[in-house]
Design a protein around this ligand. Sequence first.
Ligand SMILES: C[S@@+](CC[C@H](N)C(=O)[O-])C[C@H]1O[C@@H](n2cnc3c(N)ncnc32)[C@H](O)[C@@H]1O
Length: 251
Amino acid sequence: MFSADVLSQTIKDKDKEMTILDIGGGYGTLSLYAYDKYKNAKFISSDFSPSMIQVLDKFINELEISNFESKVMDGQNLEQIKDSSIDYTFSTFGLIYFPDILQGMKEMFRVLKPGGKTGIASWCTDAFLPAAFQQTMNALLGNSVSNQAVLSLSDKQVFENKLKEAGFVNIEINRVQHPMEVQEISDLLKHTSINPVYQDCINALPEDKKLIFNETFMNVSNKLLCDQTRNQNGKLELPSYSYIATGQKPL
Ligand SMILES: C[S@@+](CC[C@H](N)C(=O)[O-])C[C@H]1O[C@@H](n2cnc3c(N)ncnc32)[C@H](O)[C@@H]1O
């Protein structure tokens, strides 16, 4: 699971007291995974979508979690967070969608304490889902479609340069993978239609192309997966590669 990788690569002592801010955290994937493992941490999980935060708030109430706050915030303007107040910032597959990624990184830098660290996950180009979305959009709109936001930090050098420009030092970027398993290719739409990228693609299409998105996506996926063999559980494994970057605010 990518959240576990980002956390373990960024935080070396999981028992210390710390404040963790997750940005573009969606329904709280990272914070809900971590809150009972990092027992002395205070979590703030943020997202610019009020509906995501509403769902997260339901989880927080049901699980009766203390030391856990949620905030509706644009990651490019963390106005509710004071300068130099946070020990760790994270963004797993959230920052990659910001229109101004560098501004998002600068905001992470601003709110971190000196010596504080950030952990960010992005998709690599050879991950199955970004490739399938890209090829579907190319098939529907022609090959002129530029890189999707989902691949905005898929170049390791670009990723590192942006972190440097934002002020981070001791930058490390590692490639990790956790294949996504599906029973049948036909199950793919169940998984992808809840992915925010799916909605972004649909929104970018004219009405007549929206109607054939699913069919085109399935044709593309069938081609991409035609040589795929099944794993020992009898499932198809979709390649899922991510870059995990960590960086530090100088002391
Ligand atoms: C693919 S989801 C990832 C959610 C979660 N971090 C995870 O790992 O499952 C991307 C999230 O980024 C959020 N997002 C996109 N642009 C944002 C922005 N400018 N500020 C804050 N959140 C943003 C979306 O609302 C969405 O919840």
